[in-house]
Design a protein around this ligand. Structure first.
Ligand code: TYM
Length: 344
């Protein structure tokens, strides 16, 4: 069975969007519109797996939607919407909770990292989170999912769930004359120079919405030009000049991070950036990186601010996107209910 190519991806509206979200995900969503039908979701149901002040959740939901649009997502030919407006996500997630095995879920490293020593006291939703993520993707039979490296294991789980569902219900799927292999085995798209943007103060840690010990670790999408330049100026580095060969970045996590950021912002490879800056010191490289960052991020921030100032327009876009997403979701859900054997 071949599935029509369809892209799905999502971002949690929790905390403020940062450069990692932009380079690992949002920036890469844009060119895919030329080759695929794309669905980009603001995954608010994922956000509440850890406590969110209701007003913060609303603000962050609009902010992610605005970032999609400001970065260049075409909301007419593709879809953006927030997850909670399409109830079928929760419905399919429950079915997947009954397909996924405890052993699989227990292996999820992101849960272990997030729960830490507190695992008795985190929400059940946080544990079940990857099964909702599988539902997000498979509800639309998405074939490709662009994400950063941290989501790789969740996408492997999505394939395991699809495969087990296809096997468990294989006879029923055949009896109903549906295509064998009902769900696709989704391909992760983890590519480009910045699949794992790291903290500006500690090159061993991921840049993240939740873990930053100080604001200087993270460039936020809504930072102004001065803040961006200042954070880059004060980013941790080492005393060596930049190497002439990418291989020599291996044991220099901070240098590697800054080169990766530059490459992703300039749509270049790391080798191309090294060809330009190899042998030069950070005194030359950092101002160039600051200038590039500001030139790419500032117009996006300006447009995001304009959009979040017009909630009526964002509401209209999200509602329209949700209507179109729901139509696809409900068509698939009707078959899935039938496969499972629910009486309707
Ligand atoms: P979230 O909201 O944590 O992150 C959104 C996207 O940003 C990427 N990302 C990064 N990329 C590079 N460097 C970083 N430092 C960095 N930090 C975050 C993430 O990989 C992600 O692509 N579980 C998902 C949301 C989700 C989803 C989905 C994604 C829910 N359902 C279905 C794809 C398909 C998450 O928490 O992403």
């Amino acid at each position: 069975m071949t599935f029509p190519p369809r892209v799905f991806s999502g971002i949690k509206p929790s905390g403020d969007l940062h450069l990692g979200n932009y380079l690992g995900a949002i920036r890469r969503f844009v060119p895919l519109q030329k080759t695929h039908h794309c669905i980009y979701c603001v995954v608010d149901m994922h956000a509440i797996t850890v406590w969110q002040e209701p007003e913060d959740l609303r603000r962050a939901t609009y902010e992610v939607a605005a970032a999609y649009i400001a970065a260049g997502i075409d909301t007419k030919n593709h879809i953006i919407f927030n997850q909670s407006q399409v109830l079928q996500h929760a419905e399919l997630a429950w079915i997947f909770n009954c397909v996924a095995r405890m052993g699989w879920m227990n292996r999820m490293t992101q849960f272990k990292d997030k729960a830490g020593k507190n695992s008795e006291n985190v929400s059940l939703g946080l544990f079940a989170y990857p099964s909702l993520m599988a539902a997000d993707i498979l509800l639309y039979k998405a074939t490709h999912v662009p994400v950063g490296e941290d989501q790789k294991q969740h996408l492997e789980l999505t394939r395991d769930i699809a495969q087990k569902f296809n096997n468990d219900y294989g006879k029923r799927i055949k009896d109903l004359h549906l295509d064998a292999g009902y769900f696709p085995l989704t391909e992760p798209m983890i590519a480009g120079a910045a699949t794992r943007v790291r903290s500006l103060r500690d090159g061993t840690r991921k840049m993240s919405k939740s873990d930053a010990a100080s604001d200087m670790e993270t460039i936020y999408l809504l930072d102004d030009a001065d803040a961006i330049a200042n954070k880059i100026k004060r980013a941790k580095t080492d005393p060596e000049p930049l190497p002439e060969d990418v291989k020599d970045l291996e044991n220099r996590p901070e240098a590697d991070n800054l080169i990766s950021i530059y490459a992703a912002l300039a749509d270049k490879t790391k080798q191309e950036v090294i060809a330009e800056f190899g042998g030069k010191g950070f005194g030359v490289f950092k101002p160039a990186l600051a200038e590039l960052s500001v030139s790419v991020l500032s117009p996006i921030a300006t447009e995001m601010r304009r959009l979040v100032g017009d909630k009526g327009e964002l509401d209209r876009i999200l509602r329209d996107g949700a209507d179109r997403a729901r139509a696809i979701a409900e068509t698939n859900m009707r078959e899935i209910r039938e496969i499972v054997g629910y009486v309707r």
